[in-house]
Design a protein around this ligand. Structure first.
Ligand code: PLP
Length: 381
């Protein structure tokens, strides 16, 4: 047994050793620094099992509030709180499979789909048929229709904000195909769920996330742009009955039923999400999304002024570029030495920065300076 003091010393040493979002070094991850009210709520409700709404009725209230509030963005009133985009995607496909009739054990998605859909299909024993698309483009609806016709899938997955590039698939057109062929359509808005509707509203995008008649489910991560503590996410469904397919009998529980993939689950992050969404509000998320996009466009403009890089114009606050001199893996390593952490966009052999809510203009300036230093550039701006 060790005494607390020694353990605390070690904890603090660990804490100091890792990067913190607010320091501006984390520029590639889709995580962010949680909102302070969420941190407070999380600590207060750490003991709450989100899987036991009889013992802790507040978990139902918190979940309902989140579904009603965030659901107004997509025109939905039914859904459930999950641990992340991965759980939401797995559940969406589970619901789709359990609800389907006369379909083949196949899921169709553009090749830009998130790896958690591959994971879901492995778990479900389903074949994932990927439609080859450029990493910078949405799927062509005509091609989608051909795949649906050829493979008779039980589900289609499209993405509103791909992880590598921020592409928003053509949800409305794909939803018409889903309706016509009676296929479950899941829209993965893990990253884009709290960005896309606002950029659309301001005319900065021509597609949004919405329960068009052919859309069956939508996911959105609250622990990404929602600024809730990890793990926090939502899965919305078109009809309440669909939720039954995400639930299982569990007789020993007071409620006798368990919904979602987890058993005992963190009620702390659910109630923290409730507090954070109340504190920020939809108007706050709107301002935040516009500000993120503004910083992303600014980073892009700065990059285009540097002849040593080749940058792509961002669709969402995800800025992708590559060096004209250095390999992208090499560039990531060199930036890491400057204490700047970026992620890869492997399909484009490029690096990407994600302008999360914690990223400020000054962090962008620091990144630009580091890039200039690495490339031995003294062009001066
Ligand atoms: C982040 C992300 C996921 C996975 O979400 P987790 O919360 O990490 O489980 C799924 N899809 C997309 C598009 C994402 O950006």
């Amino acid at each position: 047994m060790e005494d607390f003091e020694k353990i605390i010393d070690e904890l603090i040493e660990w804490y100091n050793r890792i990067p913190k979002h607010f320091e501006g070094s984390i520029l590639g991850s889709m995580t962010t620094w949680p909102h302070e009210i969420g941190v407070y709520a999380y600590q207060l409700f750490m003991h709450v099992n989100g899987n036991d709404p009889i013992l802790f009725p507040i978990v139902k209230d918190a979940e309902q509030y989140l579904i009603q509030t965030i659901g107004t963005l997509y025109g939905s009133r039914h859904g459930l709180f999950t641990s992340g985009g991965t759980e939401s995607n797995i559940l969406a496909l589970l619901i789709a499979k359990r609800a389907s009739r006369g379909k083949d054990n196949v899921v169709v998605a553009p090749s830009t789909v998130h790896a958690s859909v591959d994971k879901a299909c492995i778990l479900m024993g389903s074949r994932l048929v990927k439609i080859p698309v450029s990493p910078t483009d949405p799927v062509d609806p005509d091609l989608m229709e051909k795949y649906v016709r050829d493979f008779n899938p039980y589900a289609i997955v499209v993405t509103a904000g791909t992880t590598e590039f921020g592409v928003v698939d053509r949800i409305k057109e794909v939803s018409e195909i889903a309706l016509e062929y009676d296929v479950f359509l899941h829209v993965d808005g893990a990253f884009g769920g709290l960005i896309v509707p606002f950029l659309f509203k301001h005319g900065m995008l021509d597609e949004t996330i919405y329960f068009h008649p052919g859309v069956s489910s939508v996911s959105v991560d609250l622990h990404k742009n929602g600024r809730a503590p990890i793990p926090s996410s939502l899965l919305f469904v078109r009809d309440e009955e669909l939720l039954n397919h995400a639930c299982f009998e569990m007789e020993y529980l007071p409620s006798g039923i368990n919904c979602g993939l987890l058993g005992t689950r963190p009620g702390g992050s659910l109630i923290a999400s409730w507090a954070v969404v109340k504190a920020i509000g939809l108007d706050g998320y709107e301002k935040q999304a516009l500000s993120q996009q503004k910083i992303a466009l600014h980073l892009y403009e700065e990059l285009t002024k540097r002849p040593f890089v080749e940058a792509y114009k961002p669709i969402l606050p995800i800025v992708v570029w590559r060096s004209r001199v250095l390999d992208y893996i090499e560039l990531i390593k060199m930036l890491m030495k400057e204490k700047i952490f970026l992620y890869k966009s492997p399909s484009l052999k490029a690096v990407r920065a994600v302008i999360m809510p914690h990223v400020s203009e000054s962090h962008v300036q620091t990144l630009i300076k580091a890039l200039e230093k690495i490339h031995g550039w003294s062009g001066g701006m």
